[in-house]
Design a protein around this ligand. Sequence first.
Ligand SMILES: Cc1cc2nc3c(=O)[nH]c(=O)nc-3n(C[C@H](O)[C@H](O)[C@H](O)COP(=O)(O)OP(=O)(O)OC[C@H]3O[C@@H](n4cnc5c(N)ncnc54)[C@H](O)[C@@H]3O)c2cc1C
Length: 291
Amino acid sequence: MKAVLRTIVETAGAWAARSYITGTNLEDGLKASRTLQAHGFKSTICFWDGEGDTTEGIVANYDAIILRIEELKSHCYISVKPWPLKHSADLFRHFSQEAKSRGVKMHFDSASTSDQEQTLSLIRDLVPISGTLSYTLPGRWHRSVADTELAIEQGLDVRVVKGQWVDPSEPVDPFEGFLKVIERLAGRARHVSVATHDPKLVRAALSALLARGTPCELELLYGLPVGAVLPIARELGVPVRVYLPYGHAWLPYVVGRLKKEPRVALWLMRDVMDSMRSRIVGKGGNSRLPI
Ligand SMILES: Cc1cc2nc3c(=O)[nH]c(=O)nc-3n(C[C@H](O)[C@H](O)[C@H](O)COP(=O)(O)OP(=O)(O)OC[C@H]3O[C@@H](n4cnc5c(N)ncnc54)[C@H](O)[C@@H]3O)c2cc1C
């Protein structure tokens, strides 16, 4: 019985996850980026690797993204995940030089708190040889307030998120933590992306940044609902960027939440239905963006 239930949940999860990627290939991400640009949105493209992806495969995808988004660079940058490549200094030196020579900004996504130390150390080493670099600061980590210093000292861009992985030392309220990080960045950082779908947080964070004259944008995840947050960005006159993953589909909201929040089960069911519908009518993607 348990095995049957597990199979049902895994199958539902696999269907639901498809709502959160643009497709399996870079072409899918590029197509979404062009369509969004035509509707006034900026974007970032990331290859989401999965089990079975080799180092060579991940490297080939990052190389291809940098090469292809050169043509979109005014409105698109690359997001990378350093942990599947074991934070390799050689590989990231290579990517950052390729990106620099093509005028493409490179952003580092975040995973766990222990991984963040390695990511920031990698970025510190890359700063002297790179073009525009940017990294992620999760509001639910104690260390993130202090981690703003690298961006402030070196003039790097940052993206602030609530964060999917909790701080193992002591949990931080993601809403409060997010705003503490924003407070530290306001008036000091070169550019801040406010990456959340929480309308109260969007308003509070963007208002704090604008009040201190800090260049900022709203950054949204492909597949998550945008209806409550887009009007706030429009009202405040802030540009909007959409994070476009392609490759291996996974659910960006289930880590630790399914048991605690019953509404997540509803999101899961809705995502399964959306994914099945788009399969049947032959359309890729989802209907949550106004495009
Ligand atoms: C551009 C971008 C980049 C990110 N990069 C990273 C990263 O590098 N590392 C990392 O750990 N995390 C990353 N995240 C994920 C982030 O940490 C959160 O897990 C995610 O954004 C959900 O939290 P939230 O801030 O939107 O607030 P939530 O409170 O989760 O959501 C706000 C509201 O949005 C709605 N909502 C959210 N999800 C769903 C859903 N699936 N279905 C229906 N409604 C939903 C609900 O109404 C909810 O109340 C990123 C998020 C974005 C937007």
